[in-house]
Design a protein around this ligand. Structure first.
Ligand SMILES: NC(=O)c1ccc[n+]([C@@H]2O[C@H](COP(=O)([O-])OP(=O)(O)OC[C@H]3O[C@@H](n4cnc5c(N)ncnc54)[C@H](O)[C@@H]3O)[C@@H](O)[C@H]2O)c1
Length: 269
C-alpha cells in the first residue's frame, strides 16, 4: 500500500487552472506546485497574469500563463491548442475556477431581482457554465491519452448552487447575490455528475461547494453571515488547499461525480 505522501505527489504532472490570477486560483496553484505539478494559469488579462507571475511565483519554471477570455468559444479553442503544445498533448488536472463572482461590477447583476438583466444572466452562464463545458471537452481529448492514473477535473461551485440566498444579509451593503450566479453554480454541480458518468474511467470529475471567503466585507454582513455558520467564520483561501490537494491527486482515487462541501457547515443546518 502506498503512503499518503506518495498518493498526493504530482511530480511531472500538468495542471490547468482557470481564473489563475484570482484569489482561489492562487491557492489552487500554490497547492499543486507544492505537490510537484507544472501549473498553467489561465485568466482574461495577460497583464494581470504577468503581474501575478512575477510578484507571486518569481523565477520558477513550473508556472506558465495563458490569457483567454472565457466568454469567447474561439479563444477557448485557441488556448487549449496552446495547452496541448506546451504539455506535448498531456493534461492531468483541470481546475474550473474562473467565474463571474458576486463582487463583479456588471450591469443588471448584484441588484434586486426585478432589475437583473437577461443579458448579464446569459453572459454569466456563458462564463461560469458553458466555458467549463467546452474546457472539459478539450481537456478530455488530452486527458484520455495521458498516461498514468486517471486524470482529474475539479469544478469550483458554491453554497449558492445548493441553497437559496438570505438576502437580508446584504442590506446596507453594495453586495448582492444574483440569480445567474446561483443557477450557474447549480449547473456546474450537475455537469460534474454528468461528466463523471461519461468520461470514466480515464477521467474523474468532482466538485467543491465553497462557502463565502472573508475579504474585507462590511461588519454588518460578516456578523450576520458568521452567525449562520456552525464554524462561526467565513472561509479563507488557505482552507481551500486541502480540498484541492485531495481532489487533484490520487488521494481521491475512488471518488468521482461528487461534491466536497467546504462551507463551515453552512449547508448542514
Ligand atoms: N470568493 C468567495 O467567497 C467564493 C465563494 C464560493 C465560491 N467561489 C468560487 O470560487 C471561484 C474563484 O473565486 P475567487 O473568489 O477567487 O474570485 P476572483 O475574482 O479572485 O477570481 C476569479 C478569476 O476569474 C477570472 N475570470 C472571470 N471571468 C473570466 C473570463 N470571462 N475569462 C477569463 N477569466 C475570467 C478573473 O479575472 C479572476 O482572476 C469562483 O468560481 C467562485 O464562484 C468563491
Amino acid at each position: 500500500m502506498r503512503t499518503l505522501s506518495q498518493l498526493q505527489q504530482l511530480n511531472g504532472q500538468w495542471a490547468l487552472i482557470t481564473g489563475g490570477a484570482g484569489h482561489v486560483g492562487h491557492a489552487a496553484a500554490q497547492t499543486l506546485l507544492e505537490l510537484g505539478a507544472h501549473v498553467i494559469l489561465l485568466d482574461r488579462s495577460e497583464q494581470q497574469l504577468q503581474q501575478v507571475h512575477s510578484s507571486v511565483y518569481g523565477s520558477t519554471d513550473k508556472v506558465h500563463t495563458l490569457s483567454c477570455e472565457l466568454s469567447q468559444p474561439s479563444e477557448i479553442s485557441t488556448a487549449m491548442a496552446k495547452v496541448s503544445e506546451l504539455t506535448q498533448g498531456k493534461l492531468n488536472i483541470l481546475i474550473n475556477n474562473a467565474a463571474f463572482v458576486g463582487t463583479d461590477k456588471l450591469s443588471g447583476w448584484c441588484v434586486p431581482f426585478e432589475q437583473q438583466s437577461l443579458e448579464t444572466f446569459n453572459d454569466c452562464l456563458n462564463v461560469n457554465l458553458s466555458a467549463p463545458f467546452q474546457l472539459c471537452q478539450h481537456a478530455y481529448e488530452l486527458m484520455k491519452n495521458t498516461p498514468g492514473a486517471a486524470a482529474r477535473i475539479v469544478n469550483i461551485s458554491s453554497i449558492y448552487g445548493v441553497v437559496g440566498p438570505q438576502m437580508d444579509m446584504y442590506e446596507g451593503t453594495d453586495m448582492g447575490n444574483p440569480a445567474a450566479y446561483a443557477t450557474s453554480k447549480a449547473g456546474l454541480m450537475q455537469l460534474t455528475r454528468w461528466l463523471a458518468a461519461n468520461v470514466a474511467p480515464r477521467v474523474r470529475v468532482n466538485n467543491i461547494v465553497l462557502g463565502g471567503i472573508e475579504r474585507g466585507q462590511p461588519d454588518s454582513f460578516l456578523n450576520k453571515y458568521n452567525a449562520k455558520v456552525p464554524l462561526a467564520r467565513m472561509a479563507t483561501e488557505e482552507d481551500v488547499k486541502g480540498a484541492i490537494a485531495y481532489l487533484s491527486s490520487e488521494l481521491s482515487n475512488y471518488m468521482t461525480g461528487q461534491s466536497l462541501f467546504l462551507d463551515g457547515g453552512w449547508t448542514a443546518i
